[in-house]
Design a protein around this ligand. Sequence first.
Ligand SMILES: [Zn+2]
Length: 456
Amino acid sequence: MNKYDYLDIIDEKSAMLDGLADYIWDNPELNFREYKSSAALIKALRDEGFEVETGIDGMETAFSGSYGSGRPVIGILGEFDALAGLNQEAGALTQKGDGTPGHGCGHNLLGVGSLAAAMAVKKYLESHPGAGTVIYYGCPAEEGGSAKAFMARDGVFDGLDAALTWHPANQLSAQNSRNLANCKVLFKFDGIASHAALTPQLGRSALDAVELMNVGANYLREHVKSDVRFHYAVTDPGGAAPGVVQAHAEVLYLIRAPKVETVMDVYRRICNIAKGAALMTETTESHVFLKAVSSMMPNQVLVKALQDSLEELPVPQPSEEDLAYYRELTRTSMMGLTDADPENPLFITAKPLESLTQRFGSTDVADVSRVCPTAQITGGNYAKGTPGHTWLRTAQGKTDYAHSSTRYVGKALARTAVRLMEEPELLAAAQAEYRESIGPDGFVSPIPADVKPSAD
Ligand SMILES: [Zn+2]
């Protein structure tokens, strides 16, 4: 029994929740094509008595489930998309994937842990009618598609008093870091095809333009702040024959910086470099702005409240069988990775809260954090040292401990959401901090109004 009896529903429904996480693991789907995963989560929300809305913000696999009435309105964010190439046998000790998609970021757990939280808050609201509203948001395409950033731009989260979420990880704590804003842009060059040896003078190479653009961009690195990052992938080299002058080529750029204004300025300069490459090669250039995210603004009041919940609720212990697996996996495939420890392979207890830091990844939760007070937990679901976006995460995604640690995070999220309903001064402090942080202009989306969500 929990001290807060509304949390008990999470363990009472453990078979359903664990089964759902396994079903999503078994059916890994890429961004904006999460048809089975979203359908399974939608069915669970309906079965549990939530009022469900599907296809929100024009995205087939985005949905919400709400329950309750009145304020505060607390949003709980769930994700469920997989990653290309990271399929794996559950419980594998060495890499055995077949190159198809897999849950190497743990979103099979993420969507279900958040659902568990929403269910427990609903349970609380059943005996406290009018105490508030909980809304579960099924957010597609976190990997590469940044659906939440579009949803935030389009007003989906307007009206929320606060939002909570989590992400599977190796270490349990409230997450207290800023991330980098970013934008993703596809540059396309068109030239003139020709025989590269017989009539080279007639050819205008789009591939040359891509190469010269990348050279120019690499020189730009000398003249940006040290915390700016940009990377590219040649997504279409134009062909595989060196005897042909390539008439079309494409390169994808991902630009990151702590401030979205810096991202947009570097983007502008890279556009000029692309124009220069086109001029040098007598090709034509065009580009498509695909997506952007803001930088995360973790609400310190909510971060502290999440940490309090983690420190208050008892953390589940792994079974001997699971411990043996994590030890063996660490010995076999993870020695030398940071923190990897074959004797004590899990952190288990919550790490003390760290002060606010800058991290160098990006997340679309950031755009929600600019609409309302937002904070998240990192769950201790994987062995110490397990890197994100690898087969090692996929392999650990169906253990009993993955399930019990996911349900545990659901309880901590629910406990925090209920505190926001029970303690108006806590919510007021979070909202005062939000207003102060966001400033007088409010949230300005980095995604232009005419850009639509798209799969990579
Ligand atoms: Zn992720």
